[in-house]
Design a protein around this ligand. Structure first.
Ligand code: NCD
Ligand code: ZN
Length: 345
């Protein structure tokens, strides 16, 4: 008899779905396994106002194939001109579940992000008042800060001061990549959580650079030293409810990745649950996977866990396709570089 693992249906607390043809192509990859996802607002132009989020949600639902169920949890992109009343209305009506802070210039489509954090203080205070969480891309962009240090420096220079100034603000540190971030989250009792991606549990910076450059392993925040990957695995598999899954699955076509100036992002929507089961099993923590993928996120966002479940079955090693074909071009599916044995039924 084969081994099986049944979990509450998981959610993805950080996802890039894009728009138009790409949205149509990637949405089923997520909806096949996940019930809900926090949808990143870094479109061009970004999703800034409640009306933008409403229209984007409708486009997502229209792109969902017949027979599939999926709930997009919308976010707004915080700018220095964000209107606090519009934001509050979008949150109170239930349309948005969070607001996303991108430091200007930190990553893909972040040009409209925040340069002067003092300018958004009134908006953050309003969010604290109404209980709207802030999802943070935690990297400074100063030219003199080494790219591998940008997350750790962000905690000291930006995040901690924001949290001191607006203590009631609920914050999700997104896609953490360092021991520093995991420790910072653990040092706080309430109002702070972190998402961890699938790929940061699997690759370190050697995987990007040793033996030739591997553009498909380049994402932001960039993967760090092995000791940090191990710290993330420890956090994810610990059962600590402050850590939960946000895949940051971010589709870019191969020509955009395999370029002299390649885009940042790993596409993991297709095989995330199989990879996570392998990682958690290797860590002797299969019993912690449901918390990480299905329970801790809803608890932080004050939402019920999903009623439905998914079942994974263990068998001989199998492979996912290398690419997802889309009308915009092929998107390479993240290669975890290890055998996978757990298949979602
Ligand atoms: C994301 C994207 O492509 O939109 N890329 C990435 O490397 N993670 C943006 C982001 O979340 O930083
Ligand atoms: Zn992202």
């Amino acid at each position: 008899m084969s081994e099986t693992l049944t979990l509450r249906r998981p959610d993805d607390w950080h996802l890039h779905l894009r728009d138009k043809d790409m949205l149509k192509a990637v949405l089923p990859e997520t909806a096949r396994h996940f019930a809900r996802a926090i949808i990143m607002p870094n479109l061009v132009p970004p999703v800034v106002r409640g009306d933008d989020a409403l229209a984007y949600r409708d486009r997502i639902l229209a792109a969902l194939p017949d027979g599939m169920k999926f709930t997009p949890l919308m976010t707004l992109y915080l700018t220095e001109d964000t209107d606090p009343d519009d934001l509050a209305e979008a949150h109170t009506s239930g349309l948005i579940k969070a607001v996303k802070l991108y430091p200007a210039g930190a990553t893909t489509n972040s040009a409209s992000g925040v340069r002067d954090f003092d300018k958004v203080r009134p908006v953050l205070e309003r969010m604290a008042e109404i209980g709207c969480p802030l999802c943070v891309h935690g990297e400074v962009v100063d030219a003199d800060i080494d790219i591998f240090d940008r997350e750790a420096v962000f905690i000291d220079r930006v995040l901690d001061p924001i949290r001191q100034a607006v203590p009631k603000l609920r914050v999700v540190m997104e896609h953490i990549t360092t021991q520093n971030a995991a420790d910072y989250v653990r040092s706080n009792q309430t109002g702070l959580a972190a998402t961890i991606t699938t790929h940061h549990l699997v690759i370190n910076r050697n995987d990007i650079l040793v033996g030739g450059i591997k553009p498909h392993y380049y994402c932001l925040p960039v993967a760090k030293r092995e000791e940090h990957r191990l710290a993330l695995r420890a956090a994810a598999t610990s059962g600590d409810a402050r850590f939960f899954l946000g895949t940051d699955s971010a589709p870019h076509t191969d020509p955009n990745k395999l370029s002299a100036c390649g885009c940042a992002g790993c596409f993991t929507a297709t095989n995330t649950m199989s990879i996570l089961a392998e990682v958690f099993e290797n860590e002797g923590a299969l019993d912690k996977l449901e918390g990480f993928a299905s329970l801790h996120g809803p608890a932080f966002y004050n939402l019920p866990a999903n009623d439905e479940s998914i079942t994974l079955t263990k068998g001989g090693p199998f492979r996912y396709p290398e690419k997802l074909e889309t009308p915009e071009g092929p998107v390479t599916i993240f290669d975890p570089g290890m055998d996978l044995h757990w298949r979602v039924a």
